[in-house]
Structure formats: structure tokens, C-alpha cells
Design a binder for this molecule. Structure first.
Ligand code: PEP
Ligand code: MG
Length: 589
């Protein structure tokens, strides 16, 4: 029987495919019966013993390696992990379970691990609750060895795979993209969490934030994923398939029509140009981006280069990547953002403290400035690549002037070292910061005297201004870019920029939503960076509007002081002006 689930529309259009359900460990685990005799059971348990031993050996090796340049405090967690692997309780539970179910060891082991993690998560004690992800992560290491396969293996017999998971990390998303996955469905996440942003930038349909969806879907189920409105249909009936096929055809036709805009300049009817640039997360996207579909890269999130590996990319590796992008987009600009490590983007080989609030902790520029070697390596690579085209450097999460002064110092050191070696670079490389903390807006009049440009990161700006976790599906409906406080902040930024002659753009997800296009132009923004797939839709709004339309909309919106009223006004106004997009605007209320 078909079933419908509603989540948060993450990305893309409509995908049809078959489910591959990842368990909490994010591994596909096969489930099959085994022979009901003691010998077979013993053989299965032996497989587990071997996997446990292999995992322990790997951890011991890792510990030895890390001990070379890390403190015992930092490597202590490995000892705890090894102790967990020796826990007799796990072995006892596995033995009991396999004898009662006669299922394969991989399945049984995973069930035991998830059961322990669920019990820990439900505990009243904070300490136990926080151990639940550790149990999942240890289990994942063992499962990898037990299955003897890569973590992200997709079964060969599933055509058009749609991955259903609790959540997915950036490296997992890239791997799945390479394996031609048709769509993602996840249990957690919001409109600006990394799964959503990456899926959007890679043009993969995604629906996020459907609680317990991994329990409702079984591998092999046929699925429809509608990334435009956030629905997932399990085992759809014929009529439903016809309906969604019709809708997908309509979207396709609409996109084709928008494709005709490619040759057209992005300007309002009265000739005012609004530059549309692309956001880029991973090198793989470069194949999708070119000078025909955008006028540069307004945000290259370089931290993803650091995530899918066991150590930081070398200066040479980074240089080659930056140079390739800069050359491909030349003469258009490429804004390379220095690593925004921390929060939910933590390469496993880097050091962290255990943080209660990682998004308020060791993140962005704070993390980069306290890891000078990594920072200098990256800045040097960017400087070297800047020689080959129109590059710019940008720093994330800046919240005070001292940080900017420290950045200047590091920049000068890197430039001096290159000059000494006689390596060419652009000595006037434009330097900017992301405006994404309320503090940077409060200080913007001072900051404007120091930097060449700023780009507004609304994803974090909304999170920090409204105190709403950007990745938390529970509060996703409150995460509203048209909140009056955000509109006032955006206005202040553009007013200061105009007064000080500071170049300003906007690169948060807000810029890619056509609902906001006129509002942002009316607030003074003439340059926006967004996921590639949003560019034609946003351009369509621009070429069919005047500056007067945009200014009226911004003026009226700024006069309203309730979020609901602003929302209603913008929706009504956009539907009135663009009736063919009514469905889109209504669904995204
Ligand atoms: C933002 O915060 O709006 C932004 C563009 O940066 P990121 O999404 O990488 O935090
Ligand atoms: Mg940000």
C-alpha cells in the first residue's frame, strides 16, 4: 500500500527510484536468514570476533600514529573506544539475538548496537545520552570490517537508488553523488543544513527532516521524492506515479524555458544589472559550472576539501584545485572562502574539544586563527592561484576587528614568504569577510574601513540573530529569512555599504529563493551568490521586474513588524506578479 510522508523540501525536483536504507551507522546492511544449527551460529560469531580484533588493531595503530604529535589527552578517546569493543555485554547480547532470530551477524550486531544507543539516548543522565553517538560510531567501524566493504556501498541490484538515512556527512554525500544516487531522504536537517545545501549545489533532489523515516522504508521499496514540496511516497500506486510524472514533466518544460534565459543579461527591465554567481562546495561541481550559467563563484566553501580524507590537503593539492577553478571562470571572479571548520564540519584528523555548543564554539575564523600552519598553507595556495585569474579571499564567522587585524598579519607573512621565493601572486588580492554574526553588523561601519568587500551569510546570520539552530528540523519553520529583524539587519548592511562604498553581496541560501529576489534588490543588493540550480529561476524574476517594483516591496516589507505579516505580504505580492509560480510560492510558505 502506498504511504505519504511530509518533510522539509531540501533540494531539486522530483526523483523516482528505489530505496537503499542506511542504518544509523550509515552503512547498507544486508539481512538474511542463516541455517539454524550451532555450527553456523558459531561461524557467524567467529566472523564478528575477527572484525572486532581487526578494529582493535586499527585503533591501536591510529593511536600510535596520533601519539607522535598529539597529547595523551587527545588520544585518550581511542582507549575508551577499545574498551567498548571488549565489552562482554555486547557479545552476550549478540549471542542471544542470533540464537533467537537466526539472522546474519551483520544485521544482528547492528540491531544490538542501535538498541544500546537508543537506550543511552533515552537516559535521563546527560553523560549517558552523550555516549550514544560514540556507540554508533564504534559499531560503524566494526561493521565496516565485518562487511569487508566500503562504507557507502550501494547494492548492485538496486536500480535508481534513493538513499534514506538518519543524516549524511559531506564526504558521504560526495561519494553517493559519484555513485549516481537519484535522491536523498534524511531524518534530520533543515533548509540550510549541510545535506540540503550540498544536495542543492549538486542538483540532487532531497527531502530532509522526516522523523524515523528509516524505520518506515525498507531497502528495495519504490519511492517518489519530491524535493520541491518535501513529500516522499513509498510504494506509489499507478495514479500517483502518473500524477508525479506529469508534474515532473511540467518542471522539466519550465526549466527548459528558463534555460533560454541563459544568453540574456541578468538585469531589471530598467537596465539595472544584478549579478548572479554560483556557490560551490566541492570540486565535483566544477563540471556543472561554467561561464554561461553564472558570472563567477561568489562562495567556494573550501572546508569540504578537508573533509573527505585522512589529512589536510597539501599546499600543492590546494593550489591546483584553486587554479583550475580560477582559470575556468576567468575573467569572472572566484571568491575562495578560507576553511570554516567546526560546527558540524569537523575533519576527523583535526583536533577539537568536546563542545556543548559547537556552533558557538571553536568554529570558522577562531578555529583557523588557532591553527596557523593550516591557515598559512591555505592562504599561500590561494595567493599562488590568484596569479591565474580573478580571485578573491574571504574569511568566515568574523566577529571582531582584532580577528581582522590578525588576518592581515598572517596575509602579510604569507605574501612576504612568496615574494622571498620569487613566486608570483596577486599582491592586491581583494580581501573580504562574511557578515554572518550580529556582531559583524554592529561593527560594520568600522569593518568597512578595513576590508575590500563583504558577503552576507544569511544561513548563520539567521541562526545567530534569531537563536534558531539552522540544522534542527524541529524549529525549521521558525527559521525565517524574512523575519523583520533579518530585514532590518540586511538594510543596515546595505546602507553602511552604500555610505562607505563597500562592495556587498549575499551568499546565504536566502539569495537562491526566488521569493526573496525582489525584496533583496529593493534592500540594495546587486550581487547574489546561490546554488547553480536557482540561477535561472531568480534571473526570470529579475528580467521581468523593475527597480521600482523591488524598492516598493522592500519599503512595504520594512514597515511591517510582524514576521507573519511580512510573510503574507511577500507571498501575495510575488503571486500577484508571477502567477505562473503560484504553486511554488504557496508550497514554500
Ligand atoms: C551562511 O552562513 O549563510 C553561509 C553562506 O555559509 P555556510 O552555509 O557555509 O555556513
Ligand atoms: Mg556560514
Amino acid at each position: 500500500m502506498e504511504r505519504f510522508f511530509k518533510g522539509i523540501p531540501g533540494s531539486g525536483r522530483i526523483a523516482f527510484g528505489n530505496a537503499v536504507v542506511f542504518h544509523k551507522s550509515n552503512i547498507f546492511i544486508p539481512r538474511y536468514g542463516i541455517e539454524q544449527d550451532p555450527k553456523t551460529v558459531e561461524q557467524e560469531i567467529e566472523k564478528l570476533e575477527a572484525a572486532l580484533m581487526k578494529t582493535k588493531n586499527e585503533l591501536e595503530e591510529l593511536k600510535l600514529e596520533l601519539q607522535k604529535d598529539h597529547s595523551p589527552l587527545e588520544t585518550g578517546y581511542i582507549d575508551t573506544t577499545i574498551l567498548m569493543l571488549d565489552d562482554p555485554l555486547i557479545k552476550e547480547k549478540v549471542s542471544n539475538h542470533i540464537i533467537s532470530s537466526y539472522l546474519n551477524i551483520e544485521w544482528v550486531f547492528n540491531e544490538v548496537i542501535e538498541d544500546i544507543a537508543d537506550k543511552l539516548s533515552a537516559s535521563d543522565d546527560n553523560y549517558f545520552r552523550e555516549r550514544a553517538p560514540d556507540v554508533i560510531s564504534v559499531g560503524r567501524k566494526v561493521l565496516k570490517n565485518l562487511l569487508g566493504s566500503e562504507e557507502f556501498d550501494i547494492p548492485n541490484d538496486v536500480e535508481n537508488p534513493v538513499v534514506v538515512a538518519h543524516t549524511l556527512s559531506p564526504p558521504e554525500i560526495v561519494n553517493l553523488y559519484k555513485k549516481n544516487v537519484k535522491a536523498f531522504v534524511t531524518e534530520i536537517g533543515g533548509k540550510t543544513s549541510h545535506v540540503t545545501i550540498m544536495a542543492r549545489d549538486l542538483k540532487i533532489p532531497a527531502v530532509v527532516g522526516i522523523e524515523d523515516i528509516t524505520k518506515h522504508i525498507t531497502t528495495g521499496d519504490s519511492l517518489i521524492v519530491d524535493g520541491t514540496i518535501g513529500t516522499v511516497v513509498i510504494n506509489p500506486e499507478r495514479d500517483t506515479i502518473s500524477l508525479y510524472t506529469y508534474r515532473e514533466e511540467k518542471y522539466e518544460q519550465y526549466e527548459k524555458k528558463l534555460g533560454e534565459l541563459e544568453e540574456k543579461k541578468s538585469e531589471l527591465k530598467d537596465g539595472v544589472e544584478v549579478l548572479l554567481l554560483a556557490n560551490m562546495d566541492v570540486e565535483e561541481e566544477l563540471a556543472l559550472i561554467d561561464k554561461r550559467n553564472c558570472t563567477g563563484i561568489g562562495l567556494f566553501r573550501t572546508e569540504y576539501l578537508f573533509l573527505n580524507r585522512n589529512q589536510s590537503p597539501t599546499a600543492q593539492e590546494q593550489f591546483l584545485i584553486y587554479r583550475e577553478i580560477i582559470k575556468k571562470l576567468n575573467p569572472y571572479e572566484v571568491t575562495i572562502r578560507v576553511i570554516d571548520i567546526g560546527g558540524d564540519k569537523k575533519p576527523p584528523y583535526m583536533d577539537y574539544y568536546e563542545e556543548k555548543n559547537p556552533f558557538l564554539g571553536w568554529r570558522g575564523i577562531r578555529y583557523a586563527l588557532s591553527h596557523k600552519e593550516i591557515l598559512k598553507t591555505q592562504i599561500t595556495a590561494i595567493l599562488k592561484a590568484s596569479y591565474f585569474g580573478n580571485a578573491r579571499i574571504m574569511f568566515p564567522m568574523v566577529s571582531d576587528i582584532d580577528e581582522i587585524e590578525e588576518i592581515f598579519k598572517v596575509m602579510e607573512e604569507c605574501k612576504a614568504a612568496l615574494s622571498k621565493q620569487g613566486v608570483p601572486y596577486n599582491s592586491d588580492l581583494p580581501l573580504g569577510i562574511m557578515v554572518e554574526t550580529p556582531s559583524s553588523i554592529i561593527l560594520l561601519d568600522r569593518i568597512a574601513d578595513l576590508v575590500d568587500f563583504v558577503s552576507v551569510g544569511t544561513n548563520d546570520l539567521i541562526q545567530y540573530t534569531l537563536a534558531i539552530d539552522r540544522g534542527n528540523g524541529m524549529v525549521a519553520s521558525e527559521f525565517d529569512p524574512i523575519h523583520p529583524a533579518i530585514l532590518r539587519s540586511l538594510k543596515r548592511i546595505s546602507d553602511i555599504a552604500a555610505e562607505k562604498g563597500l562592495e556587498t553581496s549575499i551568499c546565504g541560501e536566502m539569495a537562491g529563493d526566488p521569493l526573496n529576489t525582489l525584496l533583496l534588490i529593493g534592500l540594495g543588493y546587486r550581487k547574489m551568490s546561490m546554488s547553480l540550480m536557482s540561477i535561472p529561476v531568480v534571473k526570470n524574476i529579475i528580467v521581468n521586474s523593475t527597480l521600482g517594483d523591488a524598492e516598493t516591496m522592500a519599503k512595504n516589507a520594512l514597515e511591517l513588524s510582524s514576521k507573519k505579516k511580512v510573510g503574507r505580504y511577500i507571498h501575495e505580492e510575488m503571486i500577484r506578479r508571477f502567477s505562473s509560480m503560484e504553486d511554488y510560492f504557496r508550497q514554500n510558505v
